[in-house]
Design a protein around this ligand. Sequence first.
Ligand SMILES: *Cc1c(COP(=O)(O)O)cnc(C)c1O
Length: 372
Amino acid sequence: MMTVKYLDLQRISASFEPSLSQAIKKVIDKGWFLYGEETHGFESDFASFCGARYCLSVANGLDALTLILKSYKDLLGWNDGDEVIAPAFTFIASIEAINRAGLRPVLCDVSENDYLLDVQLLERCVTSRTRALMPVHLYGRSCSMNQIKEVANRYGLKIVEDAAQAHGACYYGERVGHIGNAAGFSFYPAKNLGALGDAGAIITDDEALILHAQMLANYGMRQKYVHDAKGLNSRMDELQAAVLRIKLQRLDDDNHCRQQIARRYLKEIHNPFVTLPYQNAEKEWESVYHVFPVFCRHRDKLQFFLEKKGISTQIHYPIAPHRQVAYRELANQSFPVAELLADTELSLPLHQKLTEEEVSYVINCVNEYVDA
Ligand SMILES: *Cc1c(COP(=O)(O)O)cnc(C)c1O
């Protein structure tokens, strides 16, 4: 029996050799591990990749989002408990960042069509205390940014993009992360652009924001041992930056491979019990498929069926944020689409090094499933 891993990081890392090992060796030999040539080089490479003026490298994606919100809060005089609107279906970090910045997450349900912030519902969530919108480009697809911008402009709100799953995705010619006022990226190993550990970045054109975030990320220091604010320690290692610079060169090609595999899934999976993800007709808005989600009424059964065939899958995500114990305060609301997705989503194997045979095997097995 064939076995297909959900994600094969060994295969992916091997495909970058010997460059990866050489880059790591170079950092070791140089003996400089933080705030050096590699992090600054990566910041400049990633800013140009996104078409943005500034990039700040930080320790992880959660810090990137938190630092953006804390910085706007300081710079624009937002108060504790001011509100940020986020989708009711996302990885918990989006919500956690809002809380860590001392702000209040207000959830808006997602659309059944594309699983992203429902722009029809968005305006109803705005109150006199709303300060920002946080669209999450879930599974690698850009949110409907034109409509989100309209709402932001109408009420004078900032747009903070959670781009942690959408490195390189485009929205009508613009890179995700360079559409709102600022964006947080994560380079967690499993992301489309992944480090060999934790790493993250902020992307923006806003100079005041990037300078403030940089100060906060470095213990609130502008000058050594002079602390202007109560900051935190959030740095990207030189080692991770060196690795990311190499992987970034191939990101568009790797995303293209993911899209090719996704197109095969979309074309060749035919099973009345399995619903395929929505596909944008426009090429300029195609997902970079961080995740390829399918939906099935008896999702756990489908997962078990595939597991028996040697295919590993994942669930993104089994419990919506407002149903988490940690967020009891959000529990008195209901978000029907978020809850439906949490109950029915299953992510099929998808990465740039999946072979044609493996993809065919997954397709055949999914097509064999009977929901009886
Ligand atoms: C991965 C992820 C994050 C957080 O990134 P970390 O680097 O793990 O802190 C934030 N938001 C979303 C949507 C993510 O998928």
